[in-house]
Design a protein around this ligand. Structure first.
Ligand code: FO1
Length: 319
């Protein structure tokens, strides 16, 4: 089976986004893939900017990822973190030694005047990744969660508090004033296929779509826009999506997911186990592909990517 030449744009968050990206990277001709990455989860630790979703993409696409865990570098050591603990620093965010190296380098480059886009692409290039990775914005955009005790940053709730406290509200702080990089808008305009990864809509993709210019550029694009469900058998594949939906009182299952993306999408890819949702999706003017969407290994990601590309052909392509 040959490679496909199709300029493809992926909107991606964490693990689901990175696995979808890996499938597309393996399927497409080199330099046909551009990824716009969520930055809402970014946070500072020990004065270092950490960009978990960008880093999960970088590690996955360069085969460094701890695949079972979904984030971090495979077999990374924790010498730096152990020293920080000895010195009395909080160490709830498990940053490995190799990971620390990337954060030190990123911050060094940022201090020297490079933009986050430049630093990210330089890292992708040095990792030998034949794709473009663009942060959704260079400006400060942070996903903030309102708990009983008030607003906290995403990593505070997700890692430090193990997703336990109930979420009352989600905000994308800074989105109103933030701008997407020009390169992101250009990539959308030039894309022949646009895919919304099987990422958590509320925590991964809505922070990106909260950027007005980016959302408008997507709406203006004539490329087929296809979403991939983050649910299999009505349940989240990974992460806290089920709990989040419950906390927010969103009990409509798949309908809640597509509601997040309305009216951007032309097609939606679901798992065969969720075939009961096809009629509802079609009533919402979406073309539907039902397949096996669980990405257990890289080969599954490549197969899914191929199916999505073939599915997209029926929309007539960019015009
Ligand atoms: N997730 C955890 O559940 N526990 C951690 O200690 C943790 C550390 C960590 C360090 C670097 C990094 O890039 C990601 C890390 N993650 C950790 C995952 C991260 O919280 C999530 O990938 C995303 O922010 C959600 O998409």
């Amino acid at each position: 089976l040959g490679k496909i030449a199709k300029k493809t744009l992926l909107l991606a968050g964490g693990v689901g986004g990175a696995r979808m990206a890996q499938g597309l990277l393996r399927l497409l001709e080199p330099d046909n893939l551009t990824i716009i990455a969520n930055v809402g989860d970014d946070a500072h630790f020990y004065d270092l900017l950490v960009c978990p979703d960008i880093d999960t993409l970088l590690y996955t696409l360069s085969n460094r990822i701890d695949w079972r865990q979904g984030w971090g570098i495979e077999a990374d050591t924790i010498g730096a973190l152990t020293m920080l603990e000895t010195l009395g620093a909080p160490v709830w965010m498990k940053l490995g030694d190799g990971d620390f190296g990337l954060h030190i380098w990123r911050n060094w480059q940022l201090r020297a005047g490079k933009s986050l886009s430049e630093v990210t692409q330089q890292c992708a290039d040095r990792f030998g990744i034949k794709a473009r990775i663009i942060p959704a914005t260079e400006d400060k955009l942070r996903t903030r969660l309102r708990l009983e005790c008030g607003f906290v940053d995403f990593q505070d709730w997700f890692v430090k508090q193990s997703c336990q406290p109930r979420i009352h509200e989600i905000r994308y702080d800074g989105a109103e004033l933030a701008h997407p990089p020009v390169a992101a808008l250009q990539a959308i305009a030039q894309a022949e296929l646009i895919i919304l990864a099987p990422s958590n809509p509320y925590l991964s993709l809505l922070p990106i779509l909260a950027l007005k210019e980016l959302r408008q550029q997507l709406a203006d694009s004539h490329a087929p826009k296809i979403g991939v469900s983050p649910l299999v058998g009505g349940k989240a594949v990974k992460g806290p999506l089920d709990k989040l939906l419950l906390d927010l009182g969103k009990t409509g299952g798949m309908a809640e997911i597509i509601d997040c993306y309305y009216p951007l999408l032309d097609g939606f890819v679901i798992d065969r186990q969720d075939s009961d949702d096809i009629a509802m999706l079609e009533r919402n003017s979406l073309k539907v592909l039902a397949s096996d969407i669980l990405i257990k290994e890289p080969e599954a990601a490549t197969r899914l990517a191929r199916e999505i590309c073939i599915f997209a052909d029926q929309f007539g392509g960019a015009s």
